[in-house]
Design a protein around this ligand. Structure first.
Ligand code: NAD
Ligand code: DAU
Length: 357
């Protein structure tokens, strides 16, 4: 029996970090299925391109024929499903793509995998791990307790609503068909290879380019930040140790206000640039610009991770200060990775965001 792994969205931020994590640890054959859209980047996997046992397939998770043939041909026993439209601002501007990829795409994968698993006689070691988000639980007030795995779903953006829909489907496939699904809900990730539309890389690049640093609303929204390597180790742990049907929250025990992160990034960039050949066009803190808030902006997220700590012995390893410093250093030293992403389309997207920036 072969033991190949299908990683969807493996050319994106978390997916590519996970592919590296996996390939450095296991010998199993890895097939990445990624549409290579704006957030999917072949160069994030360039070092693996010619490695035996690694294959990148350009394709859509909504393409049932392609997914069915890959599962059979590659003898896939495990699916780790990252592929998604992932950016909240984009979901506000164009929700249809989120319903298509996140709901219809996840359904297509689940249905194809169900048929494949049944055709193989329902092997006990098959797994379908669905990667999801803390945003499905909605928004917390300052004093509310953190989200647990039993917090009722209350998604507030088209992005989180589409992820909630996909979570419900993954859950239903376990309860109805006994298909061995697992669901992980994780907080905000940061680290290398993140597309520069998300808070941390966007601020790093705008500081380097001397562009305004757009802080939404009053900048007091709170996110629970986790280094992407910790997310990868948590998924690996859940995959190998959890029981089919289980759901686990993943987070960093690390709640930070947006404005505090922006200040930290300004100071880190100034410090690191001073010790290098990089010349910052202007003093970073002078670039901070408060802009119109994101519509429906969730105030606070926080994850209670006691279940994964207690059941599976996983805990985050990174300290935020060290992780943020390493991330800034990575963006400073990897201009070749991010420079090509500053295309006309990308710039136009930001200039037109909600019409005022
Ligand atoms: P990303 O946008 O960087 O990557 C998504 C990847 O999916 C890209 O490579 C893209 O090309 C691919 N993709 C999109 N549509 C596809 C389709 N129809 N068919 C095949 N591939 C397609 O996103 P990310 O930040 O790496 O997030 C990965 C997963 O983790 C998502 O499911 C997201 O909801 C979840 N998540 C993200 C975070 C975070 O902080 N970034 C936190 C928790 C959960
Ligand atoms: O919580 C997990 C989620 O984290 C993931 O499911 C999503 O895929 C991921 O995109 C992320 O969502 P957020 O909306 O929290 O991340 P983002 O980086 O877009 O924004 C982080 C916070 O910073 C949020 O409160 C909005 C704010 N922000 C963001 C941008 C891009 C700004 O103030 N200015 C900005 O320019």
């Amino acid at each position: 029996m072969s033991n190949s792994v299908l990683i969807t969205g493996g050319a994106g931020f978390i997916g590519s970090n996970f592919v590296h994590h996996w390939c450095s640890k296991y010998d199993t054959r890895v097939v990445v299925l990624d549409i290579l859209g704006y957030a999917g980047n072949e160069s994030s996997l360039a070092d693996l391109k010619d490695q035996d046992g690694f294959q990148l397939v350009k394709g859509d998770i909504c393409d049932r024929e392609l997914v069915t043939s890959l599962l059979a041909k590659e003898e896939i026993s495990t699916v780790i499903h990252f592929a998604a439209e992932s950016h909240v601002d984009r979901s506000i501007l164009g929700p249809a793509a989120f319903v298509q990829t996140n709901v219809v795409g996840t359904f297509t994968l689940l249905e194809a995998f169900r048929q494949h698993w049944q055709n193989q006689g329902k092997p006990e070691d098959y797994r379908f791990l669905h990667v999801s988000t803390d945003e499905v639980y909605g928004s917390l007030e300052a004093d509310d307790p953190a989200f647990t795995e039993t917090t009722p779903y209350a998604p507030n953006s088209p992005y989180s609503a589409s992820k909630a829909g996909s979570d419900h489907l993954a859950r239903a496939y376990f309860h109805t068909y006994g298909m061995p699904t697992l669901i992980t809900n994780c907080s905000n990730n940061y680290g290398p290879y993140q597309f520069p539309e998300k808070l941390i890389p966007l601020m790093c690049l705008n500081i380097l380019l001397g562009k305004p640093l757009p802080v939404y609303g009053d900048g007091q929204n709170v996110r629970d930040w986790l280094h992407v390597s910790d997310h990868c180790s948590a998924i690996d742990t859940v995959l190998h140790k959890a029981n089919p049907g289980d759901v686990y929250n993943i987070g960093g025990n690390n709640q930070v206000k947006n404005l505090d992160i922006v200040h930290q990034l300004c100071d880190l960039m100034s410090e690191l640039a001073a010790g290098s050949s990089v010349n910052l066009p202007t003093s970073p803190r002078d670039l901070i610009t408060f802009v119109t808030d994101r519509p429906g902006h969730d105030r606070r997220y926080a994850m209670d991770i006691s279940k994964i700590e207690k059941d599976l012995g996983w805990t985050p390893a990174y300290n935020f200060e060290t992780g943020l410093r390493q991330t800034v250093e990575w963006y400073l030293s990897n201009r070749d990775w991010w420079q090509p992403l500053l295309s006309a389309e990308y710039k136009g997207y930001y200039e037109n965001l909600y019409g005022d920036r």
